[in-house]
Write a protein that binds this ligand. Sequence first.
Ligand code: HEM
Length: 366
Amino acid sequence: MPQPGSVYYREYLRLDKILEAQELESAKHGKPAHDEMLFIITHQTYELWFKQIVFELEAIIDILDDPVVQDKKIGRVLHMLARITKIQRILIEQIEVIETITPLDFLEFRDLLVPASGFQSIMFKQIEILMGIRKENRIAADCEFFKTRLSFSDQALLEEVEERTNLLELVDRWLTKGPFDRFEGFTFWKMYRDAVDKMFKSDEDIIRSNRTLTDREKDSQVEEMLKTRDRFDSLLDKDKFECRRAQGEFRLSHSGFLAALFIHLYRDEPLLYTAFRLLTLLADVDGLFTRWRQRHMVMVQRMLGTKIGTGGSSGQDYLSQTTNQNRVFLDLFNISTFLIPREDLPPLPANVRRELGFFFRGPDAS
Ligand code: HEM
């Protein structure tokens, strides 16, 4: 049993291993390129942060993968998600450091790196998978690279990760099982439909009575409005929703999506606030990964122009496609389509408000 005081900084942090892990490929070829050191260290730093994100995601998944998720553990989940967002901000900022390598200096060692690529970052792939990206969600080139660019042992490792229930599925389960939008004797969604009908009627009246528009312009605006109306219809019709979900328009289940919408609409109710925070943080994490991808893509554009990547992809074009496709919690962004103004929201009956409130009841509480 080690005694207190026997820990030595260098050994504890395994610095011998870490600080000796920068071997310049250009030096091996007899022409050391100054900037390759920065290139290696930046990538290694990213990998360590990715590892920390995987560590946090696994802990979050462990909590949510309980058949009965304990409410008091949700606070812990919020804390870890918030930590992930802080790390992500550093990941985005860090691109500025690697961007100090000029395209010309990059050329001094770039070709020596073929066919290695950030695409082969197993930590990054684990993050994607743990969050909820499955093979069937990936663009064709991304799937193909899985088979052709990764070692067999890395493929096996990722397949194992894919077997696990991912964060998206667990959040969906949590939303579906939760009591968020289901109360005895109160059918919220019928009232919501009436409020939506009223909202569209009022929107149409506003368009029709707008004197600055021609009749043609009015018709075209009403037509656009009806498209949004159609989206509302598919939200309130489970079969239509599932049909759109099968086409990839939604990833949450019908009941999960409705619960998420209810939470957004009534987030001012004290007991829904924690759930609202959770959904907001999930959207933040998704949004920040997208921002990292966009930032990385712009850096790549500057570094490579239209050249292909060292991993053999079309480079910038490939990255643009994965940026758009590899979204996990896009539903939480698209939920805004279905929000209606607070003043048009059906008021919750007193018993429901009591259920969603805290315990203190002042004399005026209804
Ligand atoms: C000079 C700097 C960099 C250049 C020119 C560059 C270029 C590229 C290119 C062209 C790709 C597409 C795959 C390919 O054909 O190789 C790619 C993918 C990727 N790179 Fe970078 N990269 C750079 C720095 C970084 C850094 C610092 C990281 C951090 C780990 C990183 C992580 C990734 C990841 C995770 C992918 C896969 C993205 C996906 O599949 O959507 N890259 N990179």
